[in-house]
Design a protein around this ligand. Structure first.
Ligand SMILES: NC(=O)c1ccc[n+]([C@@H]2O[C@H](COP(=O)([O-])OP(=O)(O)OC[C@H]3O[C@@H](n4cnc5c(N)ncnc54)[C@H](O)[C@@H]3O)[C@@H](O)[C@H]2O)c1
Length: 191
C-alpha cells in the first residue's frame, strides 16, 4: 500500500470501529499517525499508545466537543478529521417516516457539521493547517430508489464540504469529500 509518512500527525475518524471507518483507522495507523476512533459503540475495543477509542454520538454537540477535548488532552494536537460515521434507511419517498428522516439527517449531515466545526476551531487555533475528509457516497451525486433520506443527507454533506473548503482555504485547512460506491460492510448488509 502507498503510504504517506504521517508520523507526528493526529487523526480523528468517526464511526471508526467497523466497516470503512475501521479500514481508514488501520490505514492511518500504518502511515504512522496517532488515531482516535470515535464511535457511538466502542465496546470491546482496547486503547493503545497510538490508538484511542472515544465514545461519542456525532449528533450531540456536547459529546462532540468533549470528544475533541479528550483527543487534544491525549495526543496534544489535531491534524486530520475523517467524518465517516453514517447510517442508512430504506423506504419509498412517500412512505419515509419522520423519525427515520430525522435520524439519517442527524447522523449523516448534522454529525458532519458538528464534528467539522469542533475540529476546525482547533485547527484554526493551532495555525498550521489541517485536513477534513468527509465520506459522502455515490448517493451524494445521484438519486437512488428507496434511499430518499440517505441521498438527501449525502448531498448535504457535499454542499457543506464545498462551503467549508472555500471558507477554510485561507487557514490552509483542506476540506474534501469522497464518494464511494458499494462496499460490503454491515451497512450494506442491512440494505
Ligand atoms: N458501505 C457502503 O456501501 C457505503 C458506500 C458509500 C458510502 N458509505 C458511507 O461510508 C461510511 C461508513 O459506512 P460503513 O458501510 O462502513 O457503515 P457501518 O455501518 O459498517 O459503520 C458505520 C459506523 O458508524 C457508527 N455510527 C453510527 N451512528 C453513529 C453516531 N451517531 N455517532 C458515532 N458513530 C456512529 C456505527 O456504530 C458504525 O461503527 C458512512 O458514512 C456511509 O454512508 C458506505
Amino acid at each position: 500500500m502507498y503510504c504517506l509518512d504521517l508520523t507526528g500527525k493526529v487523526a480523528i475518524v468517526t464511526g471508526g470501529t467497523q466497516g470503512i471507518g475501521k479500514a481508514i483507522v488501520d490505514a492511518l495507523l500504518d502511515c504512522g499517525a496517532k488515531v482516535a476512533a470515535v464511535d457511538i459503540n466502542i465496546n470491546h475495543h482496547q486503547t493503545t499508545d497510538q490508538l484511542l477509542y472515544v465514545q461519542a454520538d456525532v449528533t450531540n454537540s456536547d459529546q462532540v466537543n468533549n470528544m475533541v477535548e479528550t483527543v487534544i488532552e491525549s495526543f496534544g494536537r489535531l491534524d486530520i478529521l475523517v467524518n465517516n460515521a453514517g447510517i442508512s434507511s430504506m423506504d419509498y419517498a412517500v412512505d419515509i417516516k419522520e423519525v427515520d428522516w430525522d435520524r439519517v439527517m442527524d447522523v449523516n449531515a448534522k454529525g458532519v457539521y458538528l464534528c467539522s466545526q469542533a475540529a476546525a476551531k482547533v485547527l484554526k487555533k493551532q495555525g498550521d493547517g489541517g485536513k477534513i475528509i468527509n465520506i459522502s457516497s455515490q448517493a451524494g451525486k445521484n438519486g437512488y430508489r428507496l434511499m430518499g433520506s440517505y441521498v438527501a443527507s449525502k448531498h448535504a454533506v457535499l454542499g457543506f464540504t464545498k462551503v467549508m473548503a472555500i471558507e477554510l482555504a485561507k487557514d490552509q485547512i483542506n476540506v474534501n469529500a469522497v464518494c464511494p460506491g458499494i462496499v460490503e460492510t454491515d451497512m450494506k448488509k442491512k440494505k
